[in-house]
Design a protein around this ligand. Structure first.
Ligand SMILES: [Zn+2]
Length: 374
């Protein structure tokens, strides 16, 4: 599994002189129930061999060795249930790291001075981590669900007061029994709410889903502290002992719709602000400038995008396209800088939110935009 901590750690990894081979593989099976990543890998390896033949690479053996490490890991450590793989292998160095997860990524292979993190950020930002609470009056289960997978589960079962068969309907003891049952429910729900709080502290889900009968869900909500109530994105009916896969299948359409709505809202605000020229950026140059000034609150960027720009060798300013010399100081620039990668890294370093959207949805903003803090 992967987490935001992996992304942070990889983003902080500085170049140490050794180039890094970054490999992203789609491990989904096709209609013939086969994986096709090896075709992609050998194609890429062939391209590097051609470059080497043309004198393009100074260390053909080291590149070959990095490819071998990738193959080795795939044959020994890859687990069949996963559909996405990210592998980093230092060329001519020791560092090697591989991550696998249950959702696919686009095939991609790059050699650069630092590990490529944008596609990994895209996976992490495109899926929310959900805390799913299932309850009735005597039981609560809390599931940690991420990338369509159950990561963890806690369960509490309370012993209810036994039903007293001697209690006569409408009598004094019937009333007392009902009062005791109501007290019992408050008592249990209070304890369940504390469990959910502990769960949220430990697992840090992005949102909460509460499932049970309408009455129980409404009552239980009141026992949750305000910040947790605000995390609730969906409530609905579900049997407390439903299997995790049934629970996930049942709530997925609602959560997908919620995510889509959120993304549409951000796009709506961004377009409005761009029109009014108020705390917004659109297009690569304007967004890169805002990122370099540390102004970005939310970066909105097209999925699976690739773009080369340049960096000034003197002042370090990033340009969204190849420019020969820096307009600020006339210095030379380094071409071939991956500006998508740079944008994600800057957003990450500033703690800005990153929203990946289908390319067609930000075509009018030229592939990227940002909501600014000031
Ligand atoms: Zn410059």
């Amino acid at each position: 599994m992967i987490s935001k901590q992996d992304l942070e750690r990889l983003a902080q990894r500085d170049g140490n002189g050794h180039p890094v081979l970054s490999v992203f593989l789609d491990m989904s099976v096709n209609s013939d129930n086969k994986r096709t990543h090896s075709v992609f890998l050998s194609q890429k390896q062939g391209q590097f061999a051609e470059l080497q033949g043309a004198g393009g690479s100074s260390q053909p053996e080291a590149i070959g060795a990095a490819f071998e490490r990738v193959e080795e890991w795939l044959s020994t450590s890859y687990r069949e249930e996963n559909r996405g793989v990210v592998i980093y292998a230092e060329i001519g160095g020791d560092w090697f790291e591989a991550l696998q997860f249950p959702v696919p990524v686009q095939n991609r292979l790059v050699i650069s001075d630092r590990p490529l993190i944008a596609p990994l950020a895209q996976v992490l930002e495109s899926y929310h981590h959900h805390g799913v609470v299932l309850l009735d009056r005597e039981h609560v289960r809390v599931l940690s669900v991420y990338l369509g997978t159950l990561l963890d589960e806690i369960e509490i079962r309370k012993e209810p007061i036994p039903t007293n068969s001697h209690v006569k309907a409408g009598g004094y003891s019937q009333k007392r029994y009902q009062k005791r049952k109501a007290e019992e429910m408050r008592h249990f729900f209070k304890e369940f709410a504390e469990e959910v709080e502990t769960f949220v502290r430990r697992h840090r889900p992005d949102d909460l889903v509460i499932l049970g009968t309408e009455e129980n869900v409404a009552k239980f909500r009141e026992f949750l502290p305000e910040p947790l109530q605000e995390m609730i994105v969906y409530t609905g009916a579900m049997w407390v002992d439903e299997t995790p896969s049934q629970v996930m299948a049942g709530i997925e359409p609602y959560l997908d719709a919620e995510k889509e709505k959120e993304s549409q809202q951000i796009l709506h605000v961004l377009r409005e602000r761009v029109q009014q020229d108020y705390l917004a950026a659109a297009g690569f140059q304007s967004t890169l400038s805002a990122l370099q000034e540390g102004k970005v609150d939310t970066l909105v960027i097209a999925e699976d995008q690739d773009r080369d720009g340049a960096r000034c060798t003197q002042c370090g300013f990033l340009f969204a396209r190849e420019v020969e010399s820096c307009p600020y100081d006339g210095s030379q620039t380094t071409p071939g800088v991956n500006v998508v990668e740079e944008a994600i890294r800057m957003a990450q370093a500033q703690g800005a939110e990153v929203e990946f959207v289908p390319a067609a949805e930000v075509a009018d903003l030229r592939g990227v935009g940002a909501l600014l803090r000031f």
